[in-house]
Design a binder for this molecule. Structure first.
Ligand code: FAD
Length: 491
């Protein structure tokens, strides 16, 4: 810092977004501090991506062993498969703690000051922080630039009481304190789906309660239909769609069931009542932005609590003008609520702070759901792409190519032929509008498509690329080769 402020950059919140930004800022020569009110690593490391993937890894192995048909076809016999719940829970929690430690050490090693406390703005360039019940921490610091990276918390619809034991959110479910015989999951987005994978592998029955008329809203409809045939129908899962859980009464584990009243989403009439052992509320995430005191710089959060930003991650005031030297990244701005988007936005914001203008191309940011098999996508769904193309006047140029994992030797060798990949593209220009994959290691496979979109490659640029055989990557190779682009030879 040039002496005028305590720091060049102060980051409020040290989840993956704040952490990535801090590392990049130090690399760029800035003097940096982070203020964190809870745990370094935020949601992703402590209550999100990391523990959920650890639970999915362990429960996925249980599922594999129990799937005797699959193993028998390869001549493998596994009898009396059993698991112990506590070591699985420990695997998830210990991994989170260990990664949290790594992140903290990585900041300390490069001289980032870690301030402990809940922070709020008190005016341009100034932040006050404190922690209730701790007189030893707190203070006021100044910085040339300030970045809000405060993330999100589970969104719980009004009228659903969370007791943390029988009615709970992902925050509690990740601790795996028990495996209920029957669990209702409200919401069939990626968090609900991943937990249905964990619970059914560990022996629970699952009932989805979904407000929209189909399961897996937000995913490409065709991919969702296929995924449902594999992830939902053959497992101990049933569902109610087009309904709201309008009243939920917590129970007592092993003694009294949870009561859930379902009302029709449209008519609001009570249509059913369920009694289950537990209820996981997976109805999305809400920004964690209250108490930031944005008013002190002339800004305010939007109707849903997100901090408004422009494409350079600069905070906008109530008149839509840039608030100088104030940025917001990650879940708190609501642009793309995923861990890798948060860190990419953090890096992008640091570029802008260092006067190297940068705009992140959100159209190339992939998303994944880590069920067995996985679902991933980048860009638009077919429905969204067709709508956008109609509006832009090239509706008749939208084409689709598809390929099945059943045509992929590696997938078949693994006994994992369930799955498909689908690409939506423009047949006049070869532009890739969206790619969706359901199948083995879909979350890893999507990056070839996301890199192509980020580099602005057309199908013509990549159609003649060569992929090793036999690999799952040939699923994408096949997808590109099957596309018919005007002026490019078919293969
Ligand atoms: P966060 O990680 O939420 O961090 C924000 C930090 O700011 C927190 O530590 C908080 O304590 C701190 N903070 C907040 N307010 C203040 C304040 N006023 N002062 C000081 N500190 C403050 N994403 C993926 O990409 N892949 C996945 O597989 C994935 N799985 C998930 C599974 C689950 C169950 C959940 C819940 C989420 C998952 N996510 C996943 C989403 C991912 O966790 C978030 O997108 C990501 O954590 C957002 O990062 P962030 O830095 O914006 O915020």
């Amino acid at each position: 810092a040039g002496g005028k402020y305590d720091y060049d950059l102060l980051i409020i919140g040290c989840g993956v977004g704040g952490h990535g930004a801090a590392l990049h800022a130090v690399e760029s020569g800035l003097k940096v501090a982070v203020v964190e009110g809870h745990d370094i690593g935020g949601t992703c490391v402590n209550r999100g991506c990391v523990p959920s993937k650890a639970l999915l890894a362990a429960s996925g192995r249980v599922r594999d062993m129990k799937n005797t048909m699959h193993l028998k076809s390869m001549g493998i016999q596994v009898d009396n498969v059993r698991y112990d719940r506590q070591p699985i829970a420990d695997h998830a929690n210990n991994l989170a703690a260990s990664i949290q430690g790594n992140l903290k050490r990585s900041l300390e090693a490069i001289g980032v000051d870690i301030l402990i406390g809940q922070a709020k703005l008190t005016g341009p360039n100034t932040v006050k922080y404190s922690l209730p019940g701790r007189v030893d921490v707190g203070g006021t610091v100044t910085a040339g630039d300030i970045m809000i990276a405060t993330g999100s918390v589970p969104f719980v619809p009004p009228g659903i009481p969370i007791d943390g034991k029988t009615v709970f959110t992902s925050d509690h479910a990740l601790k795996l304190e028990w495996v209920p015989d029957w669990v209702a999951i409200i919401g069939s987005g990626y968090i609900g789906l991943e937990f249905s994978d964990v619970y059914t592998a560990l022996g629970s029955e699952v009932t989805f309660i979904e407000a929209v008329d189909n399961l897996m809203p937000g995913f490409d409809k065709e991919i969702a239909r296929l995924a449902q045939r594999v992830l939902i129908n053959p497992r101990k899962i049933d569902w109610h769609t087009g309904v709201l859980a309008s009243k939920v009464t917590p129970g007592v584990p092993g003694v009294k069931p949870v009561e859930i009243e379902l009302t029709d989403f449209k008519t609001k009439e009570v249509v059913d009542k369920l009694e289950v052992d537990a209820c996981l509320v997976a109805t999305g995430r809400a920004p964690y932005t209250q108490g930031l005191n944005l008013a002190s710089v002339g800004a305010e959060v939007d109707r849903r609590g997100f901090v408004p930003v422009n494409e350079r991650m600069q905070v906008l005031d109530t008149k839509g003008k840039v608030v100088p030297h104030l940025y917001c990244i990650g879940d708190a701005n609501g642009k793309y609520m995923l861990a890798h988007a948060a860190s990419a936005q953090g890096i992008s914001a640091v570029e802008n702070i260092c006067e190297r203008p940068h705009v992140l191309n959100h159209a190339s940011v992939p998303a994944a759901c880590f069920t067995h098999p996985e679902v991933s996508f980048v860009g638009m769904t077919e429905e969204a792409a067709r709508e956008a193309a109609e509006k832009a006047g090239y509706g008749d140029k939208v084409s689709i190519s598809k390929t099945s994992f059943k045509a992929n030797s590696k997938a078949l060798a693994e006994g994992e032929g369930d799955g498909m990949a689908k690409m939506i593209y423009r047949r006049d220009t070869g532009e890739i509008l969206g790619v969706h994959i359901f199948g083995l290691h879909a979350a890893d496979l999507i990056h070839e498509a996301s890199n192509a979109i980020s580099m602005g490659s057309s199908i013509g640029d990549i159609k003649f690329n060569v992929h090793a055989h036999p690999t799952l990557s040939e699923v994408l190779d096949e997808l590109f080769k099957q596309a018919h682009v005007e002026g490019i030879p078919d293969i």
